[in-house]
Design a protein around this ligand. Structure first.
Ligand SMILES: N=c1c2ncn([C@@H]3O[C@H](COP(=O)(O)OP(=O)(O)OP(=O)(O)O)[C@@H](O)[C@H]3O)c2ncn1[C@@H]1O[C@H](COP(=O)(O)O)[C@@H](O)[C@H]1O
Length: 98
């Protein structure tokens, strides 16, 4: 099965590295480290709140849309902090009840 999240993570890393014109990820990550981290964390917090509100409203399409925003910004945070996708997957694997 195609691993869309892994592919997305690789694109995010490429955008952080190359900072192409018009890239949203580049916009979030181009400032000095403290500012960039604040910008990313603010988005993660905002999207978490929107996900919670959508769950409470109970509209499935909104929950999907907002949680995709949350997961996307979490991937940006991980990539910016130098965490590899596989390191998070390994942690899930470690927790899995065998
Ligand atoms: N998956 C995403 C993605 N998900 C969300 N976003 C952006 O995240 C921002 C979310 O901000 P807001 O919540 O304020 O905006 P909103 O969701 O439109 O509005 P509300 O939820 O507030 O109603 C928007 O600007 C979205 O465009 C994304 N921006 C980019 N990607 C992917 O990331 C990769 C790199 O993108 P670029 O860096 O733009 O090249 C590409 O594969 C893109 O498809």
């Amino acid at each position: 099965m195609k691993d869309v999240l892994r592919e997305e993570f690789d694109i995010i890393k490429q955008r952080i590295r190359d900072k192409p014109e018009g890239s949203y990820v580049a916009y979030l990550t181009t400032d000095d480290k403290k500012t960039a981290l604040n910008k990313i964390c603010e988005k993660v917090g905002e999207e978490a709140t929107e996900t919670i509100l959508s769950a409470k409203d109970g509209v499935k399409d909104d929950i999907i849309y907002e949680s995709a925003d949350l997961i996307f910004h979490t991937l940006v945070l991980l990539a910016y902090c130098g965490v590899e996708y596989d390191e998070v997957m390994d942690e899930f694997d470690r927790r899995r009840k065998k």
